[in-house]
Design a protein around this ligand. Sequence first.
Ligand code: M1P
Length: 250
Amino acid sequence: MTTRKTALYLFDVDGTLTKPRQVITDHLKKFLLEEVKSRVYVGLVSGSDYAKIVEQMGGERVASQFDYVFCENGVVQYRGGELRSSESILSYLGERTLQRVINFALGYMSKLELPAKRGNFVEFRSSMINICPVGRSCSQAERDQFSAFDKEHQIRKKFVAALVDEFKGVSLTFALGGQISVDVFPTGWDKTYCLNHVADANFEEIHFFGDKTDAGGNDHEIYNDIRTVGHKVTSPDDTKEQLMKCLNIS
Ligand code: M1P
């Protein structure tokens, strides 16, 4: 068996390994778990929760083959399919502040007129809240429609500006995670959080591949962190191409 280089390659999921909220292709899955994993250590770091990551990797058996699975920005950590650690936004904020955030978000969203509104506007996770103007129970077509509408009318950008203004004194970050929603989490609980979990492993290099690397995107902090070599990608195909170059795979 060949020894793997002491390097860790971390991957965002949506837009980097899969199309937003879609399942990874068999081709890319095989490439990552055979070609890439035989050369370096591999990990996932997503804003999503564990259930969504498992779904997008095509099942728990696949997800558990990654050396690390960091959910909710790495604040929730899984290894080999087992939960290793997590944090609670409820304990951090307290019920009163949490409700202020939720009530403000629901009030703001109630005044929006959109092409469609469905259900599940606030998703409460372990270490973050995800707020979604169209509603997380929208169909794929409604998701795409909202995404196009958002690009034209800056719905989420204006929503984030209103949240930042309302919660000036509270140490919270509002990030455009994916295509249709806003992630709300304590400042510092961004994707750089996962780097704490690998500090003991003393990797010589940590590479990060992500698409939302601009300011306000949820890959921004880890992409720019001095502990990582950041790679900005535009699609799953681009991720594969960049990996082939980095690891000299022909
Ligand atoms: O890409 C990660 C994001 O995926 C989903 O975003 P959306 O539904 O808006 O496309 C959410 O799970 C979000 O929390 C996460 O950051």
